[in-house]
Design a protein around this ligand. Structure first.
Ligand code: BG6
Length: 452
């Protein structure tokens, strides 16, 4: 007998506010680091993007037509609290409240993410973002208010998008840190502050509602580059610091012993104050979510015990010659996806939720013919099959599957040549044009994963 996906399994789309909304200076919104160039990003596209600020209803209709039953979006902190820690902007709150109603009226369950790299500019300039405990407190205040307002209608919550990236090398601006030379102490301080915020909000949500909250990781499956024991030794350590340490908090309410040993041995100051332990203990998550796009190799030849494990990948990453890659060098590895689902679920025991998956392609529309994005169809097909194997052959408890940017949005660098969507968005007119994959997703989602 054919295995059936559970009733109520979620299929849907996932985005961030700065890649979707536009309306950067409307509706009382304050500026975020994405509205200026201070974070070192390509800023020219952040002001309009796909203009969901004005046109989200049409996109929700398209999602409904694709048979989606979940949409993960982000509440932009600076739209709701323009200067980050001052008055709430009721216009901004009303915008999200209406969005939630529009989703629910179409049978689409909303999932809210509270932070996706777009720190309010004032807080970045004044305090260097999450390096400061004052910013952590301001964020918790914002998060709690959103939970008070929306948790009766929104049952799935994420605090930080790709939480493990904020203290990996090269991603400092994700936590609103504008300071150039970040020390190891700084990285661990950001780590600790964001973890406290996650746990305080998880605890609060559980106190006031029956809604569920998840941790969220950027997972890139990593394999040893060779059979050398050193590659495996360093890879295990990398995983402990980069992934498992966060899962330990989400699932068990404490940091990993191995990471704490490193912190003690290196005399790292991370602003751990009296009472913080209790906050971590009380903030257990209900599920672990993650983004997954690709896998890479770790070649430990140049690594030593002096290197900080969180930063190994930026020194020792290699591409896997056995896999095919898209034009940005991102490999296609559905088995890596199955491995991640298994590793997180079987090691930490919480239901897992892949909430970002997809492949970036450079596409353009000739104004007449449908875009034939078979590469995308194959990518999702293979990943959904891998997920079903994880579920039915390996016993993994999976809540749903969300594709990233299934209506085209700018990529994380602001560029629009890397598209993930099943719906093409024309750069000048912002016209929506379904691609071939649109019909494929409609069939897969509509049959609850039965028909490919
Ligand atoms: C995730 C981010 O890392 O990957 C998104 O949450 C991002 O913001 C997505 O857009 C895909 O990455 P990229 O660089 O191809 O846009």
């Amino acid at each position: 007998m054919k295995n059936k996906m559970p009733k109520g399994f979620f299929w849907g789309n996932s985005t961030s506010s700065m890649q979707t909304e536009g309306g950067w200076n409307e509706g009382g919104k304050g500026q975020s680091v994405y509205d200026v160039d201070t974070a070192g990003r390509t800023a020219k596209n952040w002001q309009i993007t796909i203009d969901n600020f004005h046109g989200y209803r049409h996109d929700f209709d398209l999602m409904k037509e694709m048979n989606m039953n979940m949409y993960r979006f982000q509440i932009s902190w600076s739209r709701v609290v323009p200067d980050g820690d001052g008055d709430f902007n009721e216009q901004g709150i009303a915008f999200y409240s209406e969005m939630i109603d529009e989703l629910l009226s179409r049978g689409i369950e909303p999932m809210i993410c509270l932070y996706h790299f777009d720190m309010p500019l004032v807080l970045a300039e004044k305090y260097n973002g999450f390096l400061s405990r004052a910013v952590e407190e301001a964020f918790v205040r914002f998060g709690k208010e959103m939970m008070r307002r929306f948790s009766s209608r929104v049952k799935y919550w994420i605090v930080f998008n790709e939480h493990n990236l904020y203290f990996a090398e090269g991603f400092e601006h994700y936590s609103g840190v504008l300071k150039k030379e970040l020390t190891v102490n700084d990285c661990y301080t950001v780590f600790h502050h964001t973890m406290l915020a996650h746990c305080e909000l998880a605890d609060f949500l559980h106190e006031i509602s029956d809604a569920k909250i998840g941790g969220m990781l950027a997972t890139t499956e990593v394999y040893p580059a060779s059979t050398s024991p050193k590659d495996s030794l360093y890879l295990r350590k990398f995983d402990e610091f980069y992934n498992r340490n966060l899962c330990d908090v989400y699932a068990f309410g404490h940091y990993s012993d191995e990471v704490l040993t490193f912190i003690r041995n290196h005399k790292i100051e991370m602003d751990f104050q009296k009472g913080d332990e209790l906050i971590l203990e009380r903030g257990i998550s209900d599920f672990i979510s993650f983004s997954y796009y690709r896998s890479v190799l770790l070649d430990a030849t140049t690594l030593t015990d002096e290197d900080v494990p969180n930063f190994y990948l930026s020194k020792a990453m290699k591409l896997n010659p056995l896999l095919s890659h898209n034009q940005w060098g991102w490999s296609i590895d559905p088995e890596g996806f199955r491995r991640i689902l298994n590793r997180i679920y079987h090691e930490f025991g919480l239901p897992v939720f892949p909430i970002e998956n997809g492949i970036g392609q450079d596409e353009s529309w000739d104004g007449e013919h449908e875009i034939e994005d078979d590469v995308r169809i194959n990518y999702h097909k293979e990943h959904i099959e891998a997920m079903k194997n994880a579920m039915f052959l390996d016993g993994v408890d999976i809540i749903g599957y969300l594709g990233w940017g299934l209506i085209d949005i700018p990529a994380s660098g602001g560029n629009i040549d890397k598209r993930y969507g099943a719906v093409y968005v024309e750069p000048e007119t912002l016209k929506r044009v379904p691609k071939k994959s649109f019909h494929w997703f409609k069939k897969v989602f509509g049959s609850n994963g039965d028909e490919f």
